[in-house]
Ligand binder design. Structure first.
Ligand SMILES: Nc1ncnc2c1ncn2[C@@H]1O[C@H](COP(=O)(O)OP(=O)(O)OP(=O)(O)O)[C@@H](O)[C@H]1O
Ligand SMILES: [Mg+2]
Length: 277
C-alpha cells in the first residue's frame, strides 16, 4: 500500500514538474513575442516620415489619402486584398500587369494610403520597378538612395524607408537601376527581404513591379512573393494579353486577382454607389 502511495506521489510530482515546464515554456514564448513586437514598434517609430503634398498626389491620381467617393474602389480593393491574404496566409503581394501603363503604380499608391487608414495594419510598400521608378514619381519623392542599394547591402532599409502615419513605410528609388533583373532574382534579395520582414513584422508587403511583357525582371522575382495582382487597362489590355500574363504569373506564384483599371463607364459596382450611403 505504502509502495502504491509512493508511486502515485511520484507520478503526481512528475506531472506537476512537466506542467511547470509547459507553463514556463509558454511564458517564455509569450515574453519573446512581446519583446519582438516592441522591437518592431521601435523600428517603425525610428523611420523618417515621408513628406507628401496633396495637390501633387492628386495630380498623379493618388486619391485615397482620405476616404470618400474617389477612394471607394481602392478601399474595396484593400479589403479584398486583406481578406485574401488572411484566408490564404499570404503576406507578400506583387502588383504587375500584362502590358505597360495600365496603372500599377497608381494602384499601388492608392492601396498604400487605403491601408494607412486601417490602424491595426502594418504595410511595407516597395517600388520594385527598378527601371522606371513609377511609384516614386507618383508620390513626388526624391529619396537619397534606391532599392538596389538596399538589396545589395550598401544601405540599410531602416535608413532609407519613409514612413507615412503609423503603419505604412515606402521603399523608393532615386533613379533607374542597371542590372535590375539580376538584382531582383538574386539570393541576396531574398535574404534582405526576409531580414526586413523580420525587423518590421509587417502584415502585408506590396511590390510595384514592371509589366510581365516588358522585361524578365518579374520572372526572377515573383518566386519571392506569395501572390500577384494583375492590373489590366480597360480598352487597352487585350483579353489575350491578360490570359498570357495570368498563365505566366501562375507558373511562378499565386494569382490573387485581376484589377480592371481606367474604366470609363461605371454601373454601380465596386464602390461607385458610395454616395448613396
Ligand atoms: N484609373 C485611372 N484613370 C485614368 N488614368 C489613370 C488611371 N490609373 C492610372 N492612370 C494614368 O495612367 C498613367 C500610367 O499610370 P501608372 O504609372 O500607374 O501605370 P503603370 O502600369 O505603373 O506604368 P508602367 O508600366 O510604366 O510602370 C499615368 O499617367 C496615370 O496617371
Ligand atoms: Mg509603374
Amino acid at each position: 500500500m505504502e509502495r502504491l502511495q509512493q508511486a502515485i506521489e511520484k507520478a503526481r510530482a512528475q506531472r506537476e514538474k512537466g506542467a511547470g515546464t509547459v507553463a514556463k515554456t509558454t511564458a517564455t514564448k509569450t515574453r519573446a513575442k512581446t519583446t519582438k513586437a516592441s522591437a518592431s514598434t521601435q523600428a517603425w517609430q525610428a523611420l523618417a516620415p515621408i513628406k507628401i503634398t496633396r495637390p501633387k498626389l492628386q495630380k498623379s491620381r493618388i486619391v485615397s489619402v482620405e476616404g470618400g467617393p474617389e477612394a471607394a474602389p481602392f478601399d474595396m480593393l484593400r479589403t479584398k486584398v486583406l481578406h485574401q491574404a488572411a484566408t490564404n496566409g499570404w503576406k507578400r503581394v506583387a502588383i504587375t500587369s500584362p502590358d505597360s501603363n495600365t496603372g500599377k503604380s497608381v494602384t499601388t499608391g492608392n492601396l498604400a494610403f487605403c491601408l494607412a487608414r486601417q490602424p491595426d495594419i502594418k504595410t511595407l510598400v516597395f517600388d520594385f520597378d527598378l527601371r522606371r521608378i513609377g511609384l516614386t514619381k507618383a508620390l513626388g519623392q526624391t529619396p537619397g538612395h534606391n532599392m538596389a542599394d538596399i538589396l545589395e547591402g550598401r544601405v540599410q532599409f531602416r535608413d532609407h524607408a519613409l514612413r507615412y502615419g503609423e503603419g505604412v513605410a515606402f521603399g523608393l528609388n532615386n533613379g533607374p537601376v542597371r542590372h535590375s533583373s539580376e538584382i531582383l532574382q538574386s539570393k541576396k534579395t531574398a535574404e534582405v527581404l526576409d531580414a526586413i520582414e523580420e525587423e518590421f513584422a509587417p502584415d502585408i508587403m506590396i511590390f510595384d513591379l514592371p509589366p510581365m511583357m516588358a522585361t524578365d525582371d518579374n520572372f526572377g522575382f515573383l518566386k519571392y512573393v506569395d501572390c500577384a495582382l494583375i492590373v489590366a487597362g480597360a480598352e487597352k489590355t487585350s483579353l489575350d494579353k491578360i490570359d498570357v500574363a495570368e498563365r505566366q504569373v501562375a507558373e511562378i506564384t499565386n494569382v490573387m486577382g485581376i484589377v480592371l483599371n481606367k474604366c470609363r463607364y461605371f454601373d454601380g459596382a465596386y464602390g461607385y454607389e458610395y454616395g448613396y450611403y
